[in-house]
Design a protein around this ligand. Structure first.
Ligand code: TRP
Length: 368
């Protein structure tokens, strides 16, 4: 695979860890972190032995975290309050890699990290036997999100695959997961509002924050094939106080129109928190912007427009893009992978998802 011109131009053939570490450090520096020791250490541990492979050796495992099989994806969450978080979505790849081996390696990472950081694992323990069968099916079984704030503790979120026992069993797994977590109305609320188009709406992720905070989230993600802004607006109505016009504007600005979005699907998520047991506290819409632009210069322009309209500091976006890649934005597509809009009582904001491009940069006009 061609080597992209990225943050490591000066190093002949960096390892995956070195490549992603430099990106992470630059992201932290640009977002007010005075110390990046913990993020860097956790990145190294999350990657495990796969992090030591030179990029020229190619990906160790065909992970779906990113299009080019880099096992991490960065994101910067811009809260409307002005707060920011730098996050890493990642899959731990076992040695040797394999569906079951990756899960075993991810569980070791969780054991070690929860002990070091004092992170409670009850929610993981409650769900593990449901979502982590001996022979996982589908594109993944166990992903993490590491969430860092400039002066806060590191947080951990785990993602499970509802289709890990086959797509036909996904509804049963999601219902059972909510039941075990004591969220008795969540399944009905989610399906009645966001699963109304037959096979076109599918469960894609079930995620839990691993912490004791009353605002820690249980999240259900639903993918909407060929959906329009109207479909997302309808899904968002399950959350009290969400203004549907914001969703329409988000689709128009980031996606170019109101759909139908027939490339990569729009994704909805509902967040349930203990502090608000009566219904979902937040709704988020994820738009895979790379599917709807010719190149990253166009994607950047759209994100800037959206941020500026909402009074956010658009220079943060350019700093984040430069932290991850120095290539001319018009030379590729997919550096800006998704953009999400978060709405609801417990924090609104915009998040940009940035590809590491460790292994590949799709040519302009070629994103799927
Ligand atoms: N790469 C996968 C996809 O694009 C999974 C993924 C990574 C994803 N980051 C995401 C999905 C953000 C939705 C939102 O589907």
């Amino acid at each position: 695979m061609p080597r992209p011109v990225g943050a490591n131009v000066s190093v002949a053939d960096p390892t995956l860890f070195e490549h992603t570490r430099d990106q992470l450090r630059a992201l932290c520096a640009g977002n007010g972190f005075t110390d990046d020791t913990r993020p860097v250490t956790l990145l190294r541990e999350l990657l495990g032995p796969a992090g030591g492979r030179p990029l020229s050796a190619g990906p160790a495992w065909p992970t779906d975290v990113a299009d080019d099989a880099t096992p991490v994806e960065f994101s910067v969450a811009l809260d409307d309050s002005g707060d920011r978080a730098v996050r890493i979505l990642g899959e731990t790849v076992g040695q040797p890699p394999g569906a079951a081996e990756n899960v075993a390696a991810a569980r070791r990472f969780l054991d070690r990290t929860s002990a070091t950081l004092g992170i409670p694992t009850e929610r993981f323990d409650t769900l593990a036997d449901l979502f982590l069968p001996e022979e996982p099916q589908g594109t993944f079984a166990f992903w993490y999100s590491l969430i860092f704030r400039p002066d806060g503790a590191a947080k951990l979120k785990v993602y499970f695959n509802p289709a890990v026992r086959g797509p036909e069993r996904a509804p049963e797994l999601v219902a059972e997961a909510f039941r075990r977590l004591g969220l008795h109305d969540a399944y009905d609320t989610a399906t009645q509002n966001a699963m109304v188009r037959g096979d076109a709406d599918t469960f894609s992720f079930f995620a839990v924050d691993l912490d004791d905070d009353p605002l820690s989230r249980v999240k259900l993600y639903i993918s909407h094939d060929a959906a329009t802004s109207d479909d997302a607006e309808r899904a968002a109505k399950a959350v009290v106080g969400v203004e549907p016009e914001r969703i329409r504007e988000f689709c128009e600005v980031l996606g170019g129109d109101t759909g139908p979005f027939t490339g990569r699907p729009l994704v909805s998520s509902y967040s349930f928190v203990e502090a608000a047991p009566d219904g979902p506290a937040n709704y988020s819409l994820y738009l895979p912007v790379r599917s709807y632009v010719h190149d990253d210069a166009v994607a950047r322009e759209r994100v800037r427009t959206f941020l500026e309209r909402h009074g956010a500091d658009a220079s943060t976006l350019d700093a984040a893009l430069r932290a991850v890649s120095r290539r001319p934005l018009a030379d590729g597509v997919g550096l800006l992978a998704h953009v999400s809009l978060r709405l609801g009582r417990y924090g609104t904001g915009t998040t940009v998802y940035l590809s590491s491009e460790a292994y590949d940069v799709p040519a302009p006009g070629t994103a799927l």
